[in-house]
Design a protein around this ligand. Structure first.
Ligand SMILES: [Ca+2]
Length: 364
């Protein structure tokens, strides 16, 4: 029962932000980084490669919402997760090129999870002590180093591997982040959708990485939790309309979304179309007033085993709760304090998100 289910990815995310007189929650000097396992258009090789079905595509709609919001995207780092890091890079390039966005800000990040005890080397001249750095992590460092402290928001839409590496390798740069908004977490660590167990994918693919990130206290962490992010879809009727009579941009997004939407619908019969998990993070950033969130929540990463290629969480759980939880004996436990967003302040939030996503697929 957990087999098929286990290979499902759900992503969810949220942001905390402070308004500054603009029409949305973003300020004019906000800078955006994405850490993402973007998979739009990858029609096989899901879940880090071995699964034959299409990779998930929700990351793509987080990015289009950022474009629609005219956010200053200075980096998109692709990670293993929905597929592998290099196909994901190509997926971003295609997905953004068709919209007219051709800035040189896309880099390949982590190809696999950190070891439970991340590899370190003895001092060797100017060489970094940790062994996890890649083009994506270096881009994140460069963006942070060239911007003022407190203006860069990092959207965490995939495994936290590259973010943990940034923290370990370049802590001074990491500490300049304004916030991390991650699609991750649930109240009890065992999310269920339509009676089917699903995986807290962004945690499960690299449990130790997220554990390391929540332990730090310099950068606020906002968790857009499964309780909220499970809602919202790009309906099959919209996808079909795009494919059959849409603009060139809509035709590509429709055709590239349909295979995963069909896969999803075959499992979750009560839903209609493509789930929008990751898109909630950017939507929250732009419209924080539409979500219900609580500060000073306890995040607990309970790591009882390595992730496997299908992201099994049999022994790994990530909870966001008002108080502390009791972990099982023998587990490695990481804890931190986060802002947790688990609901909606407005009954129209989900439909307004869906409408915003539909409108965001256009030329930029
Ligand atoms: Ca994702």
């Amino acid at each position: 029962m957990k087999s098929l289910v286990t290979s499902l990815l759900f992503s969810f995310l949220i942001v905390t932000t402070t308004g500054c007189g603009s029409s949305n929650g973003a300020t004019s000097d906000d800078v955006i980084l994405f850490s993402t396992d973007y998979g739009l258009g990858v029609i096989n090789g899901a879940t880090n490669g071995p699964d034959r079905h299409a990779a998930d595509v929700d990351d793509a709609y987080a990015v289009t919402l950022a474009l629609q919001g005219q956010l200053d995207i200075q980096g998109i780092v692709t990670s293993f997760g929905n597929d592998k890091a290099r196909p994901s890079h190509e997926s971003v390039r295609r997905g953004l090129s068709v919209l007219g966005f051709d800035k040189d800000v896309i880099r390949v990040g982590a190809e696999g999870f950190l070891d439970a005890l991340p590899v370190q080397f003895a001092p060797a001249g100017e060489e970094p002590a940790v062994f996890c750095i890649n083009d994506g992590v270096q881009l994140m460092r460069d963006v942070l180093d060239r911007n003022r402290s407190g203006v860069v928001t990092l959207f965490a839409l995939g495994p936290f591997t590259d973010i943990a590496c940034l923290l370990r390798a370049y802590p001074d740069s990491f500490n300049k982040l304004k916030q991390i908004i991650g699609l991750v977490g649930s109240g009890d660590g065992t999310p269920v959708l339509e009676g089917i167990d699903v995986v807290d994918f962004n945690f499960a693919m690299d449990p130790s990485a997220l554990g390391l990130v929540i332990q730090q206290e310099a950068v606020p962490f906002i968790a857009l939790m499964f309780e909220a992010s499970q809602f919202g879809t790009l309906s099959n009727s919209v996808i079909d309309t795009w494919i059959n009579s849409g603009s060139a941009e809509q035709q590509y997004y429709g055709q590239a979304t349909e295979p995963h939407a069909a896969y999803w619908d075959a499992i979750f019969t009560a839903t209609d179309g493509q789930a929008l998990f990751d898109a909630h993070t950017v939507y929250y950033f732009l419209n924080p007033q539409l979500y219900t969130c609580a500060d000073h929540m306890v995040a607990t990463a309970i790591v009882g085993g390595y992730p496997d290629t299908s992201a099994s969480t049999t022994k790994n759980f990530f909870t966001v709760t008002a108080g502390s939880v009791t972990p099982p004996d023998g587990a490695v436990v990481y804890t931190g304090t986060v802002r947790g967003c688990s609901g909606f302040a407005d009954s129209d939030t989900v439909s307004s998100l869906e409408n915003a996503v539909q409108d965001s697929v256009q030329r930029y």
